[in-house]
Write a protein that binds this ligand. Structure first.
Ligand code: B12
Ligand code: SF4
Ligand code: SF4
Length: 313
């Protein structure tokens, strides 16, 4: 096995339309393993998101997920479509085609192109639902740093990167090494200050307070412990919207993007055509009954804040 790194994965990947790419060892640093175990114990909502616990061994040991693994190729796809400003808001990640399908197809295409260049190899593709710690791996592969909002940030593309991986049996020495990106958050605390539900402390997210979790994943009704989540009906981008590293992003041009998602109204969500409008999107995973639940919650919070204002006048 040669000890000189040779193949420039970053250059190859940008030619294939990825924003960033890099390779790393199939292992998770001990400190991240400990953080993960602690997070699952302390911050995972009780009884929910059990998928994080179920395959914990594979998450913390990539070779348990793919025993032949010798390297993990990490990719970031830029997806910023512009800021939401409607009566109700749906997170940016869901305006286009379902990113799970989009990334899987792109990873498959990339693996085939790599085989043409590097010869045959064994691999497994991962996007979101695979039991891997995508942000930790991306940091190790030099794609960016994990910010205080817990997302992977790149100096050039901010946090608007979907992550996907190809776990391979190619030795890591096949790929030229990438310099790690240092933490660029500095003294900034904008995401922490802006989060309306106080879900963030530096580098840690308390998921049961996160609007993204509450609107998309929480099962059942909300109760008196549920915080108000302003205008967000599916997902939340507040801790990304305020981040200085996202201020100069230029929206992508993509025919799969639905521009009407920028200014959604309550009647869009209540319309009988809504299920049809979202059937090709990641939003199709939101349970039908949860749309009305989320809308009712937003409305009840709006009514409550009006009452507070009129009582104080
Ligand atoms: C579970 C999950 C969620 C949960 C929990 C979020 C979270 N922060 O992990 C919920 C439902 C809330 C969620 C929300 C969102 N998600 Co999500 N989610 C995931 C998923 C499936 C697993 C992530 C995971 O393992 N979390 C568990 C915790 C333990 O991980 P962690 O926060 O990274 O924890 C680390 C830090 O806390 C750190 N740590 C702990 N203490 C300390 C202390 C110090 C000092 C330091 C330095 C570090 C540190 O160590 C931990 C382990 O490394 C990944 C896909 C995947 N397979 O990885 C997508 C993923 C993270 N989500 C993604 C997205 C886009 C979102 C949303 C933006 C969607 C939206 N707009 O609504 C929001 C963002 C909310 C936020 N601020 O994080 C993208 C993120 C892309 C990126 N650029 O980072 C991913 C990677 C999916 C993808 N393939 O693109 N998500
Ligand atoms: S996604 Fe929204 S609720 Fe969740 S941490 Fe970010 S700002 Fe807070
Ligand atoms: S808003 Fe500030 S602290 Fe939060 S992730 Fe961005 S740079 Fe880091």
């Amino acid at each position: 096995m040669s000890s000189t790194f040779t193949f420039d994965l970053g250059h190859f990947a940008t030619q294939m339309g990825w924003a960033v790419a890099g390779a790393c060892d199939p292992s998770i640093p001990e400190s991240s393993q400990k953080f993960f175990e602690q997070w699952v114990r302390e911050y995972k909502p009780a009884g929910q998101m059990s998928y994080l616990e179920k395959r914990q061994k594979e998450r913390l040991t990539p070779t348990a997920y793919f025993p032949d693994a010798k390297s993990i190729l990490c990719f970031g796809l830029f997806y910023f479509p512009g800021w939401a400003s409607g009566e109700v808001k749906v997170s940016n990640y869901a305006w286009g085609e379902d990113y799970h399908l989009q990334l899987k197809a792109k990873l498959e295409e990339t693996a085939a192109a790599l085989k043409n260049t590097l010869g045959d190899f064994k691999y497994r593709l991962c996007v979101d639902t695979a039991p891997v710690l995508e942000k930790t791996l991306a940091v190790q592969a030099g794609l960016g740093w994990q910010g205080k909002n817990t997302l992977l940030l790149s100096p050039q593309f901010g946090s608007y990167l979907f992550l996907g991986e190809i776990v391979t049996d190619l030795p890591l020495t096949t790929f030229s090494a990438k310099m790690p990106v240092s933490d660029h958050c500095g003294k900034c605390t904008r995401c922490i200050d802006a989060c309306p539900t106080s879900a963030l402390t530096p580098y840690v997210l308390k998921a049961d307070l996160c609007i993204s979790y509450l609107t998309l994943e929480h099962r059942g009704e909300f109760d008196s412990n549920t915080p108000a989540f302003s205008d967000w009906i599916a997902g939340c981008d507040i801790c990304q919207e305020v981040c200085p590293w996202n201020q100069k992003l230029v929206p992508i041009q993509n025919s799969a993007l639905d521009p009407s998602f920028q200014k959604l109204t309550k009647s869009d969500i209540e319309s009988p055509t809504w299920p049809e409008r979202i059937q090709e999107k990641a939003l199709s995973y939101v349970r039908p009954e949860n749309w009305q639940r989320n809308l009712n919650w937003i409305e009840s919070q709006r009514a409550e804040s009006k009452e507070v204002v009129s009582a104080s006048q």
